[in-house]
Design a protein around this ligand. Sequence first.
Ligand code: ATP
Length: 251
Amino acid sequence: MSTSTDSGSAADGAVLTFAGVTVGYGGVPAVRDLSVEVRPGEILALLGPNGAGKTTTLLAAVGALPVMSGSITALGAPIDHHVERNAKRGVTLVPDNRGLFHRLSVTDNLRLAKRKGGGSLDVVYESFPKLQSLRGRRCGNLSGGEQQMLALAKALLTKPSVLLIDELSLGLSPIAVQDLLPRLRNLADEQQMAVILVEQHIDLALGIADSAIVLHHGRVALRGSARELRERRDTVEDAYFGRLSTSDSAR
Ligand code: ATP
């Protein structure tokens, strides 16, 4: 992906595609004319300040919000306003509240997530050995990092083709984030999952991502490969804070 504010073009192999998507609330757009695609094994970091439209983008991707214009396709079929059906097709969201049952044990949370034909608990415990030692612990008594591991493990049990993660590091210590992000990279590589990662820690996100988009006020302020954006860190910050003109971002 070249660094620009231009729309991405559809290309072969994309597992999730946004084509000119405008989406919002009560007829008011929160994200405008977004075009992006993610391929198997690719991690796309979705960056931007509060209110930029990151969560809105993820909600649209799972069909929780109907698009106002444009289209979203996953695995070659349209994403419609039907969350359950889209989830069955392998589009899985880890929400920022982690979606866990706090009164249930680790194992029971995982059992609930496992549906027929889904992944195995053993494989999940291999990826997150710590969860195995915490099997009987009530979820509400886990640390923030352990809860986030459990949220990721639950999502993996659905064998996602596309994993959408909202604020992986919310409430976590930097050490916990530094532990989790490389695991996510390995999982994307091993399972060829496409990942969209919403993350406030720009450098950590760019450190494991393949590509990145900076949203500002619902529009793409900057896009590029993670490597390019790491090398243009000042430009990323300018895009983040809305200080970038189109000519700057296309440089
Ligand atoms: P944050 O980092 O704070 O979570 P974000 O980038 O995820 O921000 P969104 O939550 O997508 O941003 O919000 C984008 C815009 O849509 C904001 O202006 C927000 O106020 C608005 N918005 C979000 N949810 C709703 C809602 N349920 N009803 C109306 N407006 C909403």
